[in-house]
Write a protein that binds this ligand. Structure first.
Ligand SMILES: C[S@@+](CC[C@H](N)C(=O)[O-])C[C@H]1O[C@@H](n2cnc3c(N)ncnc32)[C@H](O)[C@@H]1O
Length: 233
């Protein structure tokens, strides 16, 4: 189904947040990386500037940079007001306050916006959506999902999650997902099922603590390494 912009909340995170959310080492960053559901994050823009190979996929990229940016500013104050009204629902560490978070998200969106049209021409921002990717097997060395899988467990069911992770493992031998909580700040009901499904296929799964936490308890990522039996020849 075509994405409707008025239903989207295009909030994005920075390169430094991605590094912390996914515990990305310099060796990880040297890999060819697919970042799914990347939205208006500035991971691709900042990473490309540093010389890394990052591709972003999101149905949002069917819209122009101006449309995405305008939508961001249309929802920004409402979200910040909600966050200010629930101060205890957030960990104020990396971001010192709701105002600091707002400033940071504006910087990220502007960074994304400045890179978007040139990145689209270069093929770094591509329209696409899970659970089906158009890339060939093993196109990437690492796939990331930030603030999409598990977070939207109310909207996307277990079957979607399992198919999406299988698809990410088809295009790369390693997948990392952050956070493992839902929007209601609870552990996703699909996490255990996904781990059982992946282990049954022989994949290695590990929940790891990371150095980033904005949702209380949201400081864990799932690392999945594909079974060698499933490696393409
Ligand atoms: C909360 S944003 C996360 C943006 C970015 N990953 C970050 O953490 O800053 C969620 C993104 O998921 C995208 N999305 C929605 N449905 C999707 C699908 N089926 N496949 C891939 N991305 C999808 C939305 O367009 C949106 O940009």
């Amino acid at each position: 189904m075509a994405m409707k912009l008025e239903q989207v909340v295009p909030f994005g995170r920075s390169f430094d947040e991605y590094v912390k959310m996914f515990s990305l080492s310099e060796a990880d960053l040297q890999k060819s990386i697919l970042s799914v559901a990347d939205g208006p994050a500035s991971f691709n823009a900042e990473g490309t500037e540093r010389g890394y190979q990052i591709q972003s996929i999101d149905p949002l990229y069917g819209f122009s940079g101006k449309e995405i940016r305008d939508r961001f500013y249309a929802v920004l104050d409402g979200i910040i007001t909600q966050i200010k009204a629930t101060p205890n629902d957030w960990v104020w560490g990396y971001h010192a306050s709701a105002e600091a978070l707002k400033t940071h998200r504006i910087e990220v969106t502007e960074r994304f916006y400045a890179d978007y049209e040139v990145g689209k021409i270069a093929g770094r921002y591509r329209v696409g959506e899970l659970p089906t990717l158009t890339d060939p097997d093993d196109r990437y060395e690492l796939s990331l999902s930030s603030h999409f899988l598990f977070l939207y467990s109310d909207q996307l069911d277990a079957a979607f999650h399992l198919a999406a992770i299988d698809e990410m493992l088809r295009v790369s031998p390693e997948v990392r997902i952050f956070p493992l909580l839902t929007l209601a700040q609870e552990k996703s009901p699909y996490l255990e099922q996904a781990i059982a499904h992946l282990k049954a296929s022989g994949h290695q799964c590990q929940i790891e603590k990371v150095g980033y936490e904005l949702q209380p308890g949201g400081n864990e990522m799932l690392r999945i390494c594909r079974s060698s039996a499933n490696r393409s020849a």
